[in-house]
Ligand binder design. Sequence first.
Ligand SMILES: Cc1cc2nc3c(=O)[nH]c(=O)nc-3n(C[C@H](O)[C@H](O)[C@H](O)COP(=O)(O)O)c2cc1C
Length: 534
Amino acid sequence: MATSTPESTQPEGVVDAASTDNTSTDTKLAHTHNIEDTNDTKAGTNSCVTKMVPGIALQRKFRHMYRNVNCLAPMVRAGTLPLRLLCLRQGAHLVYSEELIDHSLVLCTRKVNAEFDTVEYVMPGTDSVIFSTCAEEKKAVILQLGTANADRAVKVAIMMQNDIAGVDVNMGCPKPYSVLGGMGAALLSKPDTIKELLTSLVAAVSVPVTCKIRILDTVEQTVELVKVIEATGVAAVGIHGRRIPQRPREQANYEHIKAVRAAIDSDFPIIANGGSLDYVHNSPHLVDFREASGCDSIMMARAAQWNPALFKDGQVKHVCKRELSEQYLKIAMEHGHVFENAKWNVMNLLHFDKDPKRARGVSAARGYQEICTVLGCEAVYKSIPAHKLAKIGRKRPLALSAEDVQEHKAKKLKEGIIASEDSYVRKEWAKNLRPKLVVTEWLRKNQLAPIAVTHVEQEGKRGFQSVVTVDGKKYTSLRFSSNKKDAEHAACVVAIEALNIPHERLRIDTNPEARTNAVKGVSVPSVVEEAAES
Ligand SMILES: Cc1cc2nc3c(=O)[nH]c(=O)nc-3n(C[C@H](O)[C@H](O)[C@H](O)COP(=O)(O)O)c2cc1C
């Protein structure tokens, strides 16, 4: 297996983000960008650079990182640590993370996992590792953010910048969860938000800032957009050669990217993306891919997801998918990667596998040992020390550390929300006297405004968090729930405790006697019960 040290993952001329950071975060944050100024100073001579605002001058130094590079494109589920490392070892220069939403990351706590030599950003109150990285990829991993909020993006980027090589903003995702939140492709029609997001990041962080867009309806429109982006001072832009409504099976438009490239200052790096699969089939040489797009840097998604050996330029066809899967599994186990995601990625690696029995076996595997047996690489499984294997996939303790609790309480308080570790344990509450109903009834009895609920987090499997407004104050639980209803109850438990609302918790919620006596002095009309449970 070809390996590369972190140093060797960067092409010549790359400026190490860490070594160029001689501007303190505070100084950079204090600076306000003037976009017209940046246009005046973009001639590119050294003397001009020194006159630039610090953030922009720094980003200019980072441009080298995006020249003549082959990148792993951002991919949800695929772009996790093991695939990124496998692609780097195959020769990729930069590897993008899957898109991660600022709402989640901003709540995360950084943890060093000494067992696996990884750094993890963990959602407090859950065992969810939102982002995991390690020293080997430190100079090559680009964190892709899903964001439409400059303050949150800056907070996240500052918190994580010492663990990453750069930060990228997703401006191309057409999925409803992105667009409805004003993120992804929704940004393409909001140049003011783009300017605010990118100038804020450029001013605040010490690592390269980039964004990834899609082409617009006409070349002129795309050129105009890229000029707006360039003027913010970012280090580079990635362009996916498909318009928002275009599906992946449709041909990427390289003529469009080529025309944009020709119209933009040649010093500003553009990374071409889209249609990598066509190139795997048509030519094993990445140089053809570059020539077709007119760009010296390219970014590959599906072709790399199915065959990371693509990065071994020119040798795409001569690759054993089983061997790649074996390498992937070794990396995944060595870094304590969650099995379900590893299995999904191995299934993608075996995409063109000619052996259907093997593919079915992988699909049915329930753990690393089984999947290694199916692939005939038991030795790889056995090579992982037993104490590490024992920790993989094991749920991390749910308890929050005292520091976590204090930190997150303080964070929430700044937002005007009273938070605590209190959570909702269904068994402790009679069915007709659950926390939301207890609060609803208390408000009714005291002739106060009805309860108001907002959901601040909705991260699919990653859990839900609600904020309830009770008598003018907001309450939330620091613990995430598996569904919205439980999240509302959890927030109500916090309100109940904070306001001393009369209630009683059950030991066994099937006990009819306990149910009858559950809440002292609270009568429960059935209509209210229906409303609360709906
Ligand atoms: C599974 C999958 C997940 C993706 N997730 C992201 C993402 O998180 N962020 C993003 O900007 N693009 C995402 N994309 C789009 C790719 O980065 C890329 O723009 C697109 O697939 C075209 O490149 P390709 O032809 O090389 O596949 C995703 C694509 C795939 C197939």
